[in-house]
Design a protein around this ligand. Sequence first.
Ligand SMILES: NC(=O)c1ccc[n+]([C@@H]2O[C@H](COP(=O)([O-])OP(=O)(O)OC[C@H]3O[C@@H](n4cnc5c(N)ncnc54)[C@H](OP(=O)(O)O)[C@@H]3O)[C@@H](O)[C@H]2O)c1
Length: 264
Amino acid sequence: MDKKVVIITGASSGIGAAVARRLGRDGMCLTLAARRTGRLESVAEEARKSGGEVLVLPTDVTKQVDIDTMLQATLERWGRVDVLFNNAGVNADKPFVDLEWEQIVTEVNINLLAVMACAHAVLPVMLKQKAGHIINTASIAGLVAVPPGAIYSATKYGVVGFSDALRRELLKTGVHVSAFCPGFTPSEISANLKAHAEGRPDAPKYPGLMPISYVADQVAYLVNHPRRIYVIPKSWRILVLTATLLPGLADLLVPLFGARKDQP
Ligand SMILES: NC(=O)c1ccc[n+]([C@@H]2O[C@H](COP(=O)([O-])OP(=O)(O)OC[C@H]3O[C@@H](n4cnc5c(N)ncnc54)[C@H](OP(=O)(O)O)[C@@H]3O)[C@@H](O)[C@H]2O)c1
């Protein structure tokens, strides 16, 4: 396997941290970016122990100066960037009407504008290399609108649209773009999913909840196999197809697919 240079945003917990551990096992060169430095350091230690080379960079993806530092430090260390796993994200996890305007702005900034900003920073390097892969973490909520979470779905639809348009813009440049659309995964993005991540017996049931190690394995596959849109769990692709072709039927189906408690 190639020893790729991979920048992972949102690497301090959840999916980003699991992907860092997984790619560390493949001996990859990893830049781990997020705000919680202590958490990044412990993920880095595990990834190094299992064979990865790791750079830890405290980063707020809503700050351009932090994004520039993240990129420059990666280039100084390894001289190139093969993959951007553009993954940092939040979910205010409340009905639209209950959100403060500031929460809405923050969610759009982190989930959508920062994804664009990181891609915008890294792309000139990849174009010069004539090679690279930008993997943007969207969600199944970026293909099937799920309440509550109008802003979350809006940002994730935005990530899917941005990824697909950028992918087409970059055809034949050697730079690939994938939209990664996972379903429910134990992580720290909401209280209920965190309860799963901590193995608490009172955690609510989620249909299709995936082990985080499976999600990380799928991202490791995606790193080497770019896809326009990559939906997991694979069984949920039927919901995505139905929501696209028969949106009225999706109104009835969405609640059955577990949109009652928490949105991924
Ligand atoms: N879990 C699911 O069911 C699910 C399903 C579909 C999609 N997703 C998506 O997967 C991605 C990862 O989420 P997760 O579920 O793994 O949740 P998580 O455990 O809460 O991880 C979110 C990560 O984003 C980072 N982050 C948030 N704001 C940031 C900022 N301003 N600057 C830098 N990093 C920031 C957090 O780090 P710091 O707080 O340390 O900065 C953390 O590392 C998100 O895009 C999420 O929307 C999750």
